[in-house]
Design a protein around this ligand. Structure first.
Ligand code: UDP
Length: 408
């Protein structure tokens, strides 16, 4: 169950082991069961992929197979999948708890499978809301501490009332720690009735290399047009607000836009709505949909501005940090964690959500006079490097895991 070795003799398998060796001045390295309800890679799963780096040899239980399986296996985790595949797609965030009734038996079976895997580990770490709900029962069954990495804002914009109450009550009863990526997510948890003492704020962190080529060369290689170009880089979902950017584009003749991302969790109706909007405003020659990509930071370097138009509060926003890291100006809506990440607007431009007119005005100001915004972009890059690196996140998460395992 536990690797018991003096810290100094922990095998050096990479920077992850150094993180653990540095954190645990003592001997034991707990084994962790990481649980995710999805195998699809959106922001939370990319965070998990990076977070598990120090935990080679631990286990991941995924409710379904997907790109995350390979990513975690690649980090040296043992992968467990349920015996029977169960889609939890019907259990939407705004659905009544009664919608779980038809799959209740299956959920019970999943709890037992998680509990069996948890028995062989020291700590259970749930990486999503659905993973937490089932892990709460499983961890209780086998008496293991439970960490919930809450990647969401628990408010009425994102979850139905019954779901919020159920999650907060279960967290208060069963979670040993609740990790959130921002003050905004912490506030929402406490306002929803969550115990403040459970919370630890660990900003998401990431590493990436800047492409050394100039934007014009990248554009040519990617077949993107010359002239002013902006981009939005998020999965396609109503709360990500791509429609607001399209409305803003309609007010800015001559500006081109790339829309990167796909409807990963069944938001096909919204994707169709975006295409209808493009047709309505006759923008098909100025907006290019590139679909889901795995080279987002590189694509960002090809645009003049990264737009982050979320209409509901963001729990974090990795795409903001990616843009900051590669040194591209950001215009984001002031909702949730964006203001925290962008230093209240000092490291990027903040506009109110759901205001295409204000977004259009901000874009036009920036594109008309990019030099005036250069100091903000420099500050943003320094801020991203100093606050939002993967190593910093891994150390903070390791501290929490070691603490709840009683090894700190
Ligand atoms: N992303 C990606 N390919 C795409 C669109 C987005 O890899 O086509 C990545 C993006 O680079 C970022 C993550 O998905 O790292 C999204 O994280 P964020 O926190 O911004 O949003 P979330 O999806 O968690 O709400």
């Amino acid at each position: 169950m536990t690797d018991v070795l003096p810290a100094a003799t922990l095998p050096e398998r990479g920077s992850g082991d150094r993180v653990l060796a540095a954190r645990s001045g003592i001997a034991a390295r707990p084994s962790v069961l990481f649980v995710s309800h999805t195998g699809t890679m959106s922001g939370a799963e990319l965070v998990l992929r990076d977070a598990v780096q120090p935990w080679t040899g631990s286990t991941a239980f995924l409710f379904e197979d997907g790109a995350l399986t390979d990513a975690l296996r690649g980090q040296g985790l043992e992968i467990r999948l349920p015996r029977r595949r169960t889609s939890l797609a019907a259990l939407r965030r705004d659905a009544s708890p009664l919608s779980a009734l038809p799959v209740l038996g299956r959920l019970g079976a999943l709890v037992l499978e998680i509990a069996r895997a948890a028995r062989a580990c020291d700590v259970v770490y749930a990486n999503s809301q659905k993973a937490f709900l089932l892990s709460a029962f499983a961890a209780r069954c086998v008496g293991r501490p439970l960490v919930w990495h809450l990647h969401d804002i628990l408010d009425s914009a994102h979850f139905g009332r019954a779901q919020r109450i159920a999650q907060v009550c279960l967290a208060n009863l069963c979670a040993t720690r609740v990790i959130v990526p921002s003050e905004a997510a912490a506030r929402a948890f406490v306002q929803g009735g969550g115990r403040r003492s459970l919370i630890r704020i660990v900003p998401n962190g990431l590493d990436l290399d800047r492409d050394p080529r100039p934007a014009a060369a990248l554009r040519a290689e990617l077949g993107l047009p010359a002239g002013p170009l902006v981009g939005v880089f998020s999965r396609i979902a109503p709360w990500k607000g791509q429609d607001v950017l399209i409305e803003a584009l309609a007010r800015l003749p001559g500006l081109h836009c790339i829309v990167v991302g796909a409807p990963l969790f069944g938001e096909d109706a919204y994707a169709a709505h975006l295409r209808d909007l493009v047709a309505k405003y006759r923008l098909s020659d100025r907006i290019t949909f590139l679909g889901q990509r795995d080279d987002v930071p590189r694509l960002m370097q090809a645009v003049d501005v990264v737009v982050h138009p979320s209409v509901d509060p963001e729990p974090f926003g990795r795409t903001l940090v990616e843009a900051m890291r590669v040194g591209v100006p950001v215009v984001a809506t002031d909702a949730g964690a964006s203001a925290e990440i962008l230093d209240g607007g000092a490291a990027g431009t903040l506009v109110p959500p759901r205001r295409p007119d204000r977004l259009a005005a901000a874009l036009s100001e920036l594109l008309d006079n990019p030099d005036a915004f250069a100091p903000r972009t420099d500050l943003a890059r320094e801020r991203a490097l100093s606050r939002y690196g993967a190593d910093r996140m891994q150390r903070a998460l390791a501290d929490i895991i070691l603490q709840v395992a009683g090894r700190a």
